[in-house]
Design a protein around this ligand. Structure first.
Ligand code: DQA
Length: 148
């Protein structure tokens, strides 16, 4: 299968950004490890980060046209704010997993609501960068290997 990994705002700062909460791995480290994990199992994977809501909405709209089978997304702060990004997933009907490095439920109350969780195939949080790896494992279990 072909997967896209989408990262929301401020995740470009991973490694330096509140490392006690988000860990020391950089976004490049995480992306590299996800690509390796997917390709070792015979899948294809590409990663994209944006601080702009409209760019993420456009990516989700483009995904089916680009032949993407499923998305792994950390919507970051847009988790708690973006009806537009939620609507993009509803419009495409593409299966997706929602991942968070931290556990939003043990943080500020405004992080407890997600606009994505009720549409997601699975939600994973609190495992640091491993949240992405487990999320990808879930998608790989769901979708068949396609010829490279
Ligand atoms: C986050 C949690 C969000 O509440 C926060 O706004 C983020 C990152 C996480 O991965 O733990 O930017 O999605």
């Amino acid at each position: 299968a072909t997967f896209w990994v989408l990262h929301g705002p401020n995740l470009n700062l991973l490694g330096q950004r509140e490392p006690d909460i988000y860990g020391r791995e950089t976004l490049a480290d995480i992306n590299h490890s996800l690509k390796t994990q997917a390709e070792a199992a015979g899948h294809r994977l590409e990663c994209f980060q944006s601080n702009a809501e409209h760019e993420l909405v456009e990516k989700v709209q483009q995904a089916p046209i680009a032949g993407v089978d499923a998305i792994l997304i950390n919507p970051a702060a847009f988790t708690h704010t973006s009806v537009a990004l939620r609507d993009a997933f509803a419009a495409t009907g593409l299966p997706f997993v929602e991942a968070h490095l931290s556990n939003p439920y043990r943080r500020e109350p405004f992080r407890r609501h997600s606009y994505f969780s009720d549409l997601a195939l699975a939600v994973i949080c609190g495992f640091g960068a491993d949240s992405y790896r487990y999320g990808l494992a879930r998608l790989m279990r769901e979708l068949p290997v396609t010829a490279a």
